[in-house]
Structure formats: C-alpha cells, structure tokens
Unconditional design. Structure first.
Length: 365
C-alpha cells in the first residue's frame, strides 16, 4: 500500500561551517510568558446555522440568563426555538506585560451543534485565567475562514466553518502580576536542552560583559547576575538578547512518518559497514470460473467449474554496500538508485538499526 505514496525524503542538510544565532532565538527569559484565558459566550446573528435548541438546552438557558441581566424577562413556560444563536467557547492568550486597555486576538469555537459561525457576532464574554479571575472582555464580529453549504442531500464543507477569530476582539481589564522587577539573577531557559549550547552561551555572555556574570545551572537554565533596578534589568536583557552564540549540532535522528511516507534524516546520521538487499515477493491469485453446459437433451446439469491461476513475482533489487562512516548524501543516493518506496525505506532503516549499523535514533511517528 505504501507504494502508492510518493517518496518525500527531506534532507536536513546543515552546512559544515558553524553559524551563530542570537540568544533571543535560542532561549526565553524565566517569568516572561503568556497566560491562557478561556470564556463562554453566545454568537448571535447567524443565518439559520446556529444551535438546534432542542438538542442544546444550555444555549437557551444562557440566552435567558443574558436577557434577564439586561432587564428582559422571559416567562419560564416559553420554549425558545432559535436557529441564529450558538453557544461558543472563547480562547485567548494574554501576552506578557499586557496592560489594561490593550487589545488581543481571540478564537471562537462552537461547543454545540452549530453548522457555521459565519456572519455572527460574539456578545460580551468575560475571559478568565486559571485562577478564576477575569482578565479580559471579548466582543465583536467573528471572522470565519470556512464555508458550509447544504442543498437537499448534497453538502459542501470547506475548512472548518464552526470556528473563527476576532482580531483585537478582547480588551485587557487586569494586568497579571509579574516578578520581573524583583531582585535576583536573570534566568534564561534554552528552548532545546543541550549542555554544549548552555556552556557556549555562558562563555559568550561572560566574554561580552568581561567577567563571570553568567553560570549554567543545567542543560536548560543559565543564571545571569542582574541589577535590582527595573530599568537597568531591561537594559541588560536588551544586550543579552542580541549576543551571538554558536549552538551545538543536534543529535543524530531519523524521523519516519509511517502514515504519509515522509522521512527526515538529520545531518549527523552515519551508517556503519553493512550490505543491504531488499526485494518484494508478490503472489497473485486470479479466479476465472468456467461454466460447463451439457449437450442438449442429454439430461445433464450445468455446473460451474472453479479455475484459479496463481502467479509469483519477485522483484529483483540490487544489493548495495554501505562503507564505514558513510554520510547522509551517500545514503540518499544509494536508496534512490534502487528505487525504494517509503515502505522499503522504513524497512531498510529498521533493519540497519537492528543490526547496529545505523548511528542515529530512529523515531517512527
């Protein structure tokens, strides 16, 4: 079945010369992060694509509660039948140091059985943090990138019409307390833990400031002595972020996506001495029944005689040899010469790993 897939061999070929990256691209600052917000609201103004209220009673209850808060009383015996209202969840990320009055983007997703949120408007919805405190208020017109159309028994859906975004749809009402201005060292966290990169970052920082101001705590964290004054800490971090560091080369890995047939081979992958021969055996069974009829007026019966043809076809694949320490481009060239499919390539890599010839971590996702 994998033969139907195209072989996409992505080569992560990094140049042999070292390149430098800014600390801003390699690490984050402890305590400087966003916070997730979530809320519940109602989207109104839909064109008969909202929740079916008989199946989502919470939508009706939410609408009655909202109308009651606005001074409109709906009798309890009234059963609202609405098609232009949808209950939604509202998500947003509060950026670090966001101040009251600033706006942030929000994502709106249907939690009922609404078919589409296109053309709808989100009514005022409070957004709470994990501590249950309201940090922002969301409201506005929903922008939907999907499309859903139905006509009779036919239905066309493009992307996801039951979710959308509201650019600048939430206003920050409360600032999250931060520890940025407190005394103590400034801690940098590497995005990818690596002892070599941490050590090189410490050396680059100490060289830039001319002293032992930085030290590595582990493979992820680097402590830098910082001033207590908030303004001076900002100036120090501005300098830190723009220091160039040569990151360490990543560990040798081979990533295989068995569903799509995508294979990614890292630069540092090596193969020990090994000879590989890979072929496929195909057995085909074709059934062609024969109908046997007796002569006229003979009193015989018509019978079906089974007739099966069995054929065996074994593809001839040449054997190729991997020399000791062979590099990535040689692996790709050898695999391409034999015309290996994604399934063949996965089988070859697994066999090389089992034989101890593949000097890399094989990850199948």
């Amino acid at each position: 079945m994998f033969r139907r897939f195209s072989l996409f061999l992505l080569l992560a070929l990094a140049t042999h010369c070292a390149w430098a990256e800014r600390i801003k691209d390699l690490a984050t600052i402890a305590g400087v992060r966003g916070n997730q917000l979530v809320g519940y609201g109602l989207v109104v103004g839909l064109t008969n694509t909202g929740d079916q209220t008989t199946q989502t009673p919470f939508t009706v209850k939410s609408l009655k509660s909202m109308l009651s808060n606005l001074g409109v009383t709906v009798p309890p015996e009234v059963n609202l039948q609405l098609k232009n209202v949808a209950a939604v969840s509202v998500q947003a990320e509060l950026p670090p140091f966001a101040k009251p009055g600033q706006t942030i983007d929000v994502t709106v997703s249907s939690i009922g059985n609404a078919k589409s949120l296109r053309g709808g408007s989100l009514l005022m919805a409070p957004l709470k943090g994990v501590d249950g405190v309201v940090y922002a208020i969301a409201q506005g017109n929903v922008v939907v990138g999907g499309l859903g159309v139905e006509a009779g028994a036919s239905k066309i859906t493009v992307n996801v019409p039951s979710a959308g975004r509201i650019p600048n749809g939430a206003t920050v009402e409360r600032q999250v307390p931060d520890t940025f201005g407190k005394e103590g060292p400034i801690v940098l966290h590497l995005r990818q833990a690596d002892f070599t990169t941490a050590e090189r970052m410490v050396e680059a920082i100490n060289k830039a400031f001319g002293g032992e101001v930085a030290q590595a705590v582990d493979a992820t964290s680097i402590q830098v002595r910082g001033p207590a004054d908030r303004n001076q800490r900002v100036s120090l971090i501005a300098v830190l972020e723009n220091i160039d560091v040569v990151p360490a080369q990543t560990a040798a890995k081979v990533i295989v996506n068995s569903r799509t047939g995508t294979v990614v081979i890292g630069q540092n992958v090596k193969v020990g001495p090994a000879a590989v021969s890979h072929g496929n055996l195909t057995v085909t069974i074709a059934s062609n029944p024969i109908v046997s009829q007796p002569p006229p007026l003979s009193g015989g019966q018509t019978v079906v005689v089974p007739n099966a043809n069995i054929s065996v076809n074994q593809e001839k694949k040449p054997m190729f040899l991997f020399d000791p320490g062979i590099a990535l481009d040689d692996i790709v060239r050898a695999v391409n010469q034999v015309g290996a499919s994604p399934s063949d390539l996965v089988a070859i890599l697994e066999a090389l790993k089992a034989a101890g010839a593949l000097k890399a971590e094989l990850i199948v996702i």
